[in-house]
Design a protein around this ligand. Sequence first.
Ligand code: PAF
Length: 286
Amino acid sequence: MSNTHSLQVISSAADFQLLKASWEKSSSYSIGFVPTMGALHEGHIKLVERAYSENDVVVVSIFVNPTQFNNPADLNQYPRTLENDLLLLSKVGPCVVFIPSVSTIYPQNDSFQPINLHGLDSVMEGKFRPGHFQGVVHVVHNLFKLILPNRAYFGKKDFQQLAIIRFMNDYFNFPIEIVACETIREETGLAKSSRNMRLSDAEKEDALVIIETLKFIKKMKALGFSPMEAIEKGVAFFNQGNLQIEYLELVDSDTLLPLSKNWSTHTTCCIAAYCEQVRLIDNMEV
Ligand code: PAF
């Protein structure tokens, strides 16, 4: 017997307000919110499970946000697997699935103004994907404003995105707790990502050089090398594999500023690389 729950699939802001009004009839309730772009995998499902364990109701949004893609080909190729997404969600619990249109998220009277991210968006992903984080900030801001959850769940795999969303949440004084969840990996160590759907088995094997490089950098730190030396050796290690590196950086986990001579108390190693046409990112606290 299949163990599935019925989902409430809605697409308009008005439908969401109606649902909210029905919840308000019960004395108190909390909303856990998981924003996604669909193509759900185990990493998303863990976020949804965590949201269930900490809230009365769970809302999952599925919206492939055009404003965060600086490359139109990447937007076109982004996997869209709605039927499977709904099936996966129905196995977790009776959540609300919000699938808005572009005009629902970006209405004509949208009052959002881009904010100064104080350099958080000018390093790493920001350097290679101009405008990407302003797009993320815009969509998450508009989703937060509409849903006003008590808690919102994000994966640590998108390390820089998480730092920027925390900043945006504070900047706009949203009364929302940002909950960061561990990166979910394949048994091999490959970080789960919607983009992995575009990798062949052989490419998945090649992509393991990403996690191996992160572990290698951690080892270099333990051996007493400086951040700069560790990166130099890490790049050489990475280049023995078949992927094309975009960046490999050691940054302060809070400020995201690159380190060269000294390690900070909390250091994160971040990497982005192309496995053929597929751009992959990962990170590790070292
Ligand atoms: O991490 C993602 O899937 C997206 O960047 C997010 C947070 C859903 C915004 O579109």
